[in-house]
Design a protein around this ligand. Structure first.
Ligand code: ATP
Ligand code: MG
Length: 758
């Protein structure tokens, strides 16, 4: 039996295997990037389900025939599936797949987990494992128990835009000036409190440091009250309220502890206080909790994640077994060494050095650009070269510190006709028309949702003005009912007499939609929402008047209906309006990234956590950009930036390209930046430096001599050993002449001329 099991996990190294076979009790896997943490997590689940935990009911032996033995031998030799009888025997003490819960940070990571489990365990069992993000796990729990904490089952999930609308209303009610204490700051403070599990009462009770602190506590309480009335949770609430629910209701807690007897958490270093508490509440008396993480990749400190969670783990779960993995399987040794060089400069770390058996690979390519345009061109050149050699676009990722940095890359790629995809640009679901239709759908699901109601009550315009809305708000507050209920009896209120007709019409629309939801399929219902509300007619009228974007917006609504249809196809019988709205609320930036399309992917380093790509471009490696200007004044912030750099570098498998630019336009300002300290921290033996030909030309003509100081060796170093020679062979055999002409003759840029011509 043991040999057979070993064989199933033959690819794993000794330490990884130990982690996989430690089935019971608290387990902490602490390991560097690309060392196989996620791989171990998946294999560990497969082992639990295939071969069971150490404790389990024993099996009854049956008579074994010679054929059985033969089949077993073959299975061991080839590492294939066990003969049916052995499989059955081994499974006697197997853990049931529905007893396992795996939590990670993004839907994409959760989707990947599911995919890999399906591959290892087969469709049915693979699907039964509950692999999910923190937020979806909480939504699932809340859907079942919301009523026990005073929320409707069909609660709404508010996004940042909704939150801001609520906060605006709170500010108005309490007569607080946004200029004195910006709404955004209040929301941030509130979010931090929820991450730290501080209730509104506690926030009010704790003496505030200053007036702003006192205001924050006051608005927090008022905001929570409004959300409760609306039957809505914001994103932080999903975790916060689930923790409250589990902490206060023993029966609920026991229910989940019994249901999920094995708990696994990936990217553990980024859990907040609230998430950590959630995990400990879900962990049953058997303490079968396994967390995997890397303290060097903790990049959400600003969001309340604390490294202390790693340090606390062993304290909260006595008897924890800790396993460290040190072999990196992802990157070439040059890339890995570069990463090690950088992270070594942090003092606040447990300290570990990764090694690899992988090839040395090419040196890390460092390119100094003249400006952000030049940086974009350079990346396009390299990608073009790879394509000529038979590479794929999707093997390339451009990573940056801030979303704003994607703009020049995107516009250059668009002009040059390079297919690409930005993760985290404006999301489909954030478009106005899409949000409006979703708001209609939300209020049909949850009639208490006044925030979404306000959003669409006069959209399209139907003569329900702000004054009327204010009157409705007051009436609703006085009677403790929802705005919609007031509207349904609009004729009973003298104060509403002037707006009575439009309000009753609105109520009719609402009733029609309710009926549509009951009698038609969900995608037909979505179509009805678009039509019955007059939204479609409004856009069609706009299009006829020549409003350019009206056609686009109509198309987006068509897409919305398609999305609903896809959702229905995916969920079959279980499809519901609440379920659809929930999916939308939980989709985050990273999730819209679709690997199957052959496109270069552009995203922030934060979004790239846990992912890997053969070729990575890490751009904007400059002081003031990365590390950011703000972080330069605090050692702790700087260390967080450095961890982020480490995450970026370690995404690369085969080749890493780092670039910095002597001048950069960002947020409408041109800055001159020194190369990042993180660049200088990499030992020269692992890198190969190139400077933009445009810079060379300038310095040889006597301009901008200041530039050459920024890179050791400056101009002279460039023209020598690794100057034109390397460049011209690398970038499609162009002569120096054509390179010099690049600003004037962009069509020479290899491979992408077609899109550019116009
Ligand atoms: P990160 O810290 O970035 O999340 P990780 O520690 O989770 O990384 P994985 O993503 O699990 O690492 O693995 C990195 C790469 O190494 C993957 O491509 C994986 O398939 C490969 N890998 C992991 N373990 C082994 C092994 N024993 N043999 C060969 N390849 C392996
Ligand atoms: Mg991982």
């Amino acid at each position: 039996r043991d040999t057979y099991i070993e064989k199933q996990f033959g690819r794993l190294n000794d330490m990884q295997r130990q982690a996989v076979f430690t089935t019971d009790g608290p387990l902490l896997i602490l390991a560097g990037a690309g060392s196989g943490k996620t791989t171990v997590l998946v294999n560990r689940i497969a082992n639990l389900i295939r071969f069971g935990s150490a404790h389990g009911s024993s099996w009854t032996p049956r008579e074994v025939t010679e054929d059985d033995v033969k089949a077993l031998k073959t299975a061991i030799m080839t590492g294939t599936d066990a003969p049916a009888w052995l499989d059955g025997m081994l499974r006697q003490n197997a853990v049931r797949s529905w007893n396992v819960m795996a939590i990670t940070f993004t839907n994409k990571a959760a989707g990947e987990l599911k995919e890999r489990l399906r591959n290892m365990l087969g469709g049915e069992e693979g699907d039964e494992v509950f692999a999910s993000t923190f937020h979806s796990a909480c939504v699932r729990i809340l859907r079942r128990w919301a009523e026990s904490i005073g929320y409707p089952r069909s609660f709404t999930i508010y996004d940042t835009d909704d939150s801001q609308r609520v906060m605006k209303a709170v500010y108005k009610e309490l007569s607080i000036d946004d200029k004195f204490f910006p709404i955004k700051s209040a929301i941030n403070q509130m979010s931090r409190w929820k991450d730290q599990l501080v209730s509104p009462e506690e926030a009010l009770r704790t003496p505030a440091r200053d007036t702003k602190g006192a205001i924050a506590a006051k608005v927090y309480a008022a905001y929570e009250k409004k959300l409760r009335e609306a039957g809505a949770f914001d994103f932080d609430d999903l975790i916060y309220q689930t923790v409250q629910l589990l902490a206060e209701h023993e029966d609920v807690r026991e229910f989940y502890q019994n249901k999920y007897r094995y708990l696994l958490v990936d990217e553990y270093q980024d859990t907040s206080v609230a998430q950590f508490r959630l995990v400990s509440l879900l962990t049953g008396p058997e303490k079968n909790i396994c967390v995997v993480g890397d303290d060097d990749q903790s990049i959400y400190r600003f969001r309340g994640a604390t490294i202390e969670n790693i340090l606390n783990f062993e304290r909260i779960f006595p008897g924890t077994k800790t396993i460290r993995l040190e072999q990196n399987y992802r990157s070439t040794s040059n890339i890995l060494n570069a990463a090690n060089c950088v992270i070594q400069h942090n003092t606040e770390r447990k300290g570990k050095t990764l090694w690899t058996r992988n090839d040395e690979g090419d040196k890390v390519q460092v390119y100094t650009a003249e400006n952000e345009q030049d940086e974009a061109m350079h990346i396009a050149d390299v990608i073009g070269e790879h394509l000529k050699e038979g590479g794929h676009l999707a093997d390339h990722a451009v990573l940056y510190r801030m979303n704003a940095q994607s703009a020049p890359i995107e516009s250059y790629f668009t002009r040059a006709g390079i297919p690409h995809k930005i993760v985290g640009g404006q999301r489909f679901n954030d478009r106005k028309e899409v949000k409006d239709i979703h708001s209609y759908m939300s209020i049909v699901a949850n009639a208490r949702d006044d925030v979404r109601l306000r959003r669409i009550i006069n959209e399209p315009a139907r003569k329900i003005g702000n004054t009327t809305v204010d009157v409705i708000t007051d009436l609703a507050a006085q009677q403790g009912i929802s705005m919609l209920e007031v509207i349904s009896h609009a004729d009973a209120y003298a104060k509403l007499s002037r707006a009575m007709m439009p309000l009753l019409k609105f109520w009719q629309i609402y009733e029609k939609l309710q009926e549509s939801l009951e009698t038609r399929t969900l995608d037909e219902f979505a179509q009805d929402v678009i039509e019955v509300t007059g939204y479609k007619a409004m856009l069609e009228a706009d299009a006829a008047k020549g409003h350019e974007d009206a056609a686009d917006r109509l198309q987006n609504l068509g897409q919305l209906v398609n999305n609903v249809k896809n959702y229905c196809d995916q969920h079959g019988e279980e499809a519901s309006l609440e379920g659809y709205l929930e999916d939308i609320a939980l989709i985050s930036d990273i999730d819209s990234y679709n690997e199957s399309a052959d496109q270069v992917v552009l995203m922030t380093i934060h979004s790239a956590k846990g992912l890997e790509f053969p070729y990575v471009f890490l751009i904007g490696m400059e002081e003031g950009v990365f590390p950011s200007e703000m972080s330069k004044y605090s050692e702790a912030d700087l260390e967080e930036e450095r961890r982020l750099a480490y995450v970026g570098i370690t995404r690369a498998k085969r080749e890493l390209y780092i670039s910095n630019s002597v001048s950069r336009m960002l947020y409408g300002r041109t800055q001159r930046n020194e190369p990042s300290r993180f660049l200088r921290e990499i030992e020269p033996e692992y890198i190969e430096e190139t400077r933009s030909p445009a810079l060379e030309r300038r310095s040889s003509m006597g301009w901008g001599s200041g530039y050459s100081d920024t890179v050791p060796g400056g101009a002279s170093g460039y023209s020598g050993a690794f100057g034109w020679g390397r460049n011209s062979s690398r970038f499609g055999g162009r002569t120096g002449g054509s390179y010099l002409n690049r600003e004037y003759n962009a069509s020479e840029r290899g491979g992408f001329a077609s899109g550019y011509a116009g």
